[in-house]
Design a binder for this molecule. Structure first.
Ligand SMILES: Cc1ncc(COP(=O)(O)O)c(C=O)c1O
Length: 449
């Protein structure tokens, strides 16, 4: 491939070419896609672009706008979500489920489609989980879409990197070729990431629009790299198989190693070259762990949240803080001198990462706290609960005390003038727990302070 690129340079393939790509390459791609996807593809349905990414960019730009909704996998390749935002459309994430080997639930998918859905993005094999949609999944997805007037962007850039099972494209489903924009390229299959060469396969009327976007942006993909691309497609494919076997060996060793680490569990990825371990049992958030692995152990990895909100099995502290801020009543438990618990309802404010509440100095809780400052605090919505364990001390900071009264009066519409002499307690969290009823088995989260 490199020789083909070098020869092409010497032969003068150094000038502009057609925006949609060199005819010979488009022909080679059409032949390859026709054979691998079992459909009839003609060269004028192929647009060659500099990498797989421009197909995402151009497709979202061409098909979605403000008021439209685009369904995309989450966790997922971050470009999907950022492009959907960029055109002003609404990103609608479909959650990839670890317990389904990172495939999604088709019923859940069906519930996300509505009249505003314009585009659905599929990615199999999948970055970053290595999940692969089965033939049955693809058929079920196609059935759910039915004859709705919407398009599918099928990102199949890892189609040749499957270790278990076979690649199946939605383009192969009867009636879907016209509604699919297939993305594939040379970056992954031929390890040609730096050459910048990918392609889209789509209806000719759409191909004309995507080609126009190419004309207006890149003019064309570099000519000599396209000549190398022809060689990649037509030449011996042995290196692709060798690379896949090497990746498979690494996958097996890496995943086995991850599963030996305390607190880690990792599903076996079926394709691509990623592992997406579950680290919930470590008690760390993914960002913190990724930073510590890099800084303390010199191991580079990306946090799950780099791929979307569903990349974190946990709830975010931001979510918990919001629950604590918006709660109206709070459950507070203190400890009596004989060790028995005492629970009461209080009003209060979550300010500066602490809970402030006012109480009479002779109240049971004030007396309990004077002897033992440990307490627990719970928010009022038990279906989206946050429980804080911490210590409560009379508030000493005069500036915070000053903030407290007006904010409290505003929240509760309650005249605090009679309470000016009473103590305000500040509960400082040591540990907090968050739990959401609707996904309690996945969302249960602990934060340490
Ligand atoms: C899912 C997915 N789609 C598209 C691309 C883009 O590929 P390219 O480097 O050819 O632009 C990547 C690259 O990481 C990817 O993971």
């Amino acid at each position: 491939v490199i020789d083909a690129g070098v020869n092409a340079l010497h032969q003068g393939w150094t000038h502009y070419g057609p925006s949609a790509g060199l005819p010979e390459l488009r022909q080679a791609i059409a032949k390859e896609v026709s054979a691998s996807r079992g459909v009839e593809v003609s060269p004028d349905e192929v647009v060659v672009v500099p990498g797989g990414k421009p197909i995402i960019f151009f497709t979202v730009l061409a098909l979605a706008e403000q008021g439209d909704e685009v369904i995309y996998p989450n966790p997922g390749f971050p470009i999907y979500e950022s492009m959907i935002h960029y055109v002003g459309a609404k990103p609608v994430p479909i959650r990839l489920r670890e317990d389904r080997d990172f495939r999604f639930d088709v019923d859940e998918f069906a519930s996300l489609i509505n009249d505003r859905t314009r585009l659905i993005i599929l990615n199999s094999p999948h970055n970053p989980t290595g999940g692969v949609l089965s033939k049955q999944d693809i058929r079920d997805i196609a059935e759910v879409i039915g004859d709705r007037n919407l398009m599918v962007l099928s990102d199949e850039i890892y189609s040749r990197l499957i270790f278990d099972g076979e690649h199946y494209s939605i383009m192969s489903v009867a009636g879907f070729q016209e509604r699919t924009i297939l993305l594939d390229g040379f970056s992954k299959t031929y390890a040609m990431t730096g050459w910048r060469m990918g392609y889209g396969v789509m209806r000719t009327d759409l191909a004309a629009h995507i080609t126009r976007l190419m004309t207006n942006s890149n003019s064309c993909t570099a000519s000599f790299t396209q000549m190398a691309g022809i060689e990649a497609l037509r030449g011996d494919q042995g290196s692709v198989e060798n690379m896949k076997h090497e990746f498979q060996k690494r996958r097996d060793a890496f995943v086995a190693g991850l599963n030996k680490l305390k607190g880690f569990s990792c599903r076996m990825p079926k394709g691509a070259f990623y592992a997406f371990p579950n680290i919930r049992q470590t008690g760390w958030t993914s960002k913190k762990l990724a930073d510590a692995l890099l800084e303390d152990a010199g191991v580079a990895c990306l946090s799950g949240t780099a791929f979307g909100d569903f990349g974190e099995g946990y709830l975010r502290w931001r979510w918990a803080r919001k629950q604590l801020e918006k709660s109206r009543e709070y459950w507070i438990s203190t400890v009596r001198p004989d060790g028995s618990p005492h629970t009461m309802i209080v009003w209060g404010l979550w300010i500066n990462n602490q809970f402030l509440f006012s109480t009479g100095k002779h109240s049971v809780k004030a007396r309990n706290l004077a002897g033992n400052n440990r307490c627990t605090l719970g928010s009022d919505d038990a279906g989206a609960a946050v429980i804080v364990e911490g210590t409560a001390e009379p508030l000493a900071d005069a500036s915070i005390r000053k903030q407290f009264f007006p904010r409290y009066e505003k929240k509760y519409k309650f005249d605090m003038s009679g309470m000016q002499e009473e103590p305000i307690f500040a509960v400082r969290p040591l540990v907090a727990f968050g739990l959401r009823e609707k996904d309690f088995s996945k969302s249960a989260t602990r934060w340490k302070f």
